[in-house]
Design a protein around this ligand. Structure first.
Ligand SMILES: Cc1cc2nc3c(=O)[nH]c(=O)nc-3n(C[C@H](O)[C@H](O)[C@H](O)COP(=O)(O)OP(=O)(O)OC[C@H]3O[C@@H](n4cnc5c(N)ncnc54)[C@H](O)[C@@H]3O)c2cc1C
Length: 469
């Protein structure tokens, strides 16, 4: 008989959190800390969602989304998790760009970007300062009609090289394009510019493991391998969930699953007003990703070539090309043994943005061949930066949008949630159904490790208010 992953659960909780991405985890932790009874249900066998890692033979361990996040994650972890978790976060200093328009290494912060823009791109200091200040002061309540394209045109007219330097890393980080509202760019870019790019010493496994321990310490009931099939709604309010075929009652539900799946699959359109459903149907998902995981043989070493390499052979920044199956741009994350101080091994993860539809409809043979081609072209691209690297590799594997869909249940394998319009709908759920909340990557601003964790805090405050008589 198969194991009952729900054994010992209570018949009723204050809150059920569906999904254990960084938003779901952080939301659950805040609520548990406030003495609410919390049941966290995750369909996968490990917590973390896209903050994922996996082990392979030969002693390899790969991080899926640990390329870098802004310094704000330290404060978020200290305040809403523990000082020990915050102390695992360290800066990455070698961020390298290499494309037909420019090639340099930077610490990816305001001072260094100002220097590069002045010295290399010959932009007057006043323009640079004005641009940084405007981007930094943008907030959610600002004018949302100006696009990123218009913002760049205002401060750096006709400079597609400057646009590439400022935009390409952000497009990798959250799938945004020049046609998004400028505020989404301003907020995310300024978060990075404040002090550069950060990572976790110890790896994603240690980080999520520490969060899991803290959640349990705070009294949350945490269950993996528990797929939520349905949110039960009665008389306009949430009454419980059905998970692995079992009904569990609760006063509030926080879904960390994909926003569209939450509305249309877990709850059902008939429970929402017609106008809300129309707006929800119009939400655009963000793109997906491909990755190649490359394991260096135990005992082999590679020289330091930088931590994060934004590489491209495309003549100019082009968000359509950036997602194309015919890959021209790749981000390489090089994990040196310092990432996991107890290990002496190296690994490399190559990431590209991708369109779900380019991969979803291939025959089995075509899919297999395309993955092989993805691996082959990535190895060839890597050879440029680490000559002879093929001889040092003893493990390689690829992930596609279908892989991301399978492991997270995100519609179309969306890597960064939804476009901007998703945020309003995500925040509007409780006005439609009492006790129903969403948290997780939406609206570009709330995506990434920092955005997702911070949205978890915002949602936990809203849930707490709802439950307080
Ligand atoms: C390839 C790649 C690289 C990235 N690199 C970076 C990076 O370097 N820096 C950065 O800041 N961000 C990065 N990101 C983005 C970042 O990982 C995500 O934005 C963030 O981790 C998402 O967190 P989340 O809370 O939205 O939920 P997710 O991580 O999407 O997790 C949702 C969880 O809900 C679970 N779930 C869904 N439906 C159900 C259900 N019905 N029942 C039970 N469980 C369910 C899923 O299994 C999953 O665990 C990257 C993303 C990808 C794909």
């Amino acid at each position: 008989m198969s194991r009952d992953w729900l054994e010992g659960t209570k018949p009723e909780y204050d809150i059920v959190v569906i999904g254990s991405g960084l938003a779901g985890l952080t939301c659950a932790n805040m609520l548990a800390r406030n003495n609410r009874s919390v049941l966290l249900l995750e369909q996968h066998h490990q917590l973390g969602g896209l903050a994922a890692w996996f082990k392979r033979k030969g002693g390899h361990i790969f991080d899926v989304s640990l390329h870098g996040f802004p310094v704000g994650m330290i404060k978020t972890c200290r305040k809403y998790w523990t000082p020990e978790i915050a102390n695992m976060i360290v800066q990455l200093k070698g961020i390298r760009f290499d494309n037909p328009q420019f090639s340099f290494t930077t610490t990816f912060d305001r001072d260094d970007f100002t220097r590069i823009l002045q010295e290399r791109f010959k932009i007057p200091r006043d323009n640079i300062e004005n641009f940084f200040n405007v981007a930094r002061d943008m907030n959610f309540y600002d004018d949302q009609t100006m696009t990123v394209r218009e913002l760049f045109e205002k401060y750096f007219p006709g400079r597609d090289d400057v646009v590439r330097m400022l935009m390409e890393p952000i497009a990798y980080a959250n799938g945004s394009t020049l046609d998004e509202p400028a505020i989404t760019y301003g907020i995310v870019f300024s978060n990075f510019m404040s002090k550069g790019v950060y990572t976790v010493r110890g790896g994603t496994d240690k980080f999520i493991g520490a969060m899991q321990a803290e959640l349990l310490k705070n009294g949350a009931d945490v269950r993996t391998r528990c797929l939520v099939e349905k949110v039960i709604v009665e008389n306009g309010r949430v009454a419980g969930v059905v998970t692995n075929g079992k009904a569990i009652k609760c006063k509030a539900v926080v879904s960390n699953g994909n926003l569209l799946s939450t509305i249309f699959k877990l709850v059902g359109a008939k429970y929402f007003s017609e106008s809300f459903v129309e707006k929800a149907k119009a939400i655009r998902l963000n793109n997906s990703s491909c990755q190649v995981y490359i394991g260096i043989k135990k005992g082999e070493r590679i020289d330091y070539i930088g931590d994060l390499l934004f590489t491209s052979v495309a003549e100019k920044f082009d968000s359509v090309k950036l997602r194309s199956k015919n890959i021209t741009s790749r981000t390489f994350s090089i994990y040196y043994p310092e990432t996991r101080p107890e290990s002496d091994m190296y690994s490399i993860v190559a990431s590209t943005n991708a369109n779900y539809e380019d991969w979803a409809n291939l025959s089995e043979q075509e899919y297999h061949d395309s993955k092989k081609e993805l691996i082959e072209s990535t190895m060839a691209a890597l050879e440029k930066y680490i000559p002879g690297v093929r001889d040092k590799i003893d493990y390689v594997e690829a992930a596609t949008p279908k892989t991301f869909q399978r492991y997270t249940l995100h519609e179309c394998g969306a890597s960064f949630g939804t476009k901007f319009e998703g945020l309003k709908i995500s925040m509007g759920l409780p006005e439609e159904i009492r006790g129903l909340f969403h948290t997780g990557s939406v609206g570009i601003i709330m995506s990434g490790w920092l955005g997702a964790a911070n949205y978890g805090v915002i949602t936990s405050n809203n849930v707490d208010k709802y439950l307080t008589p």
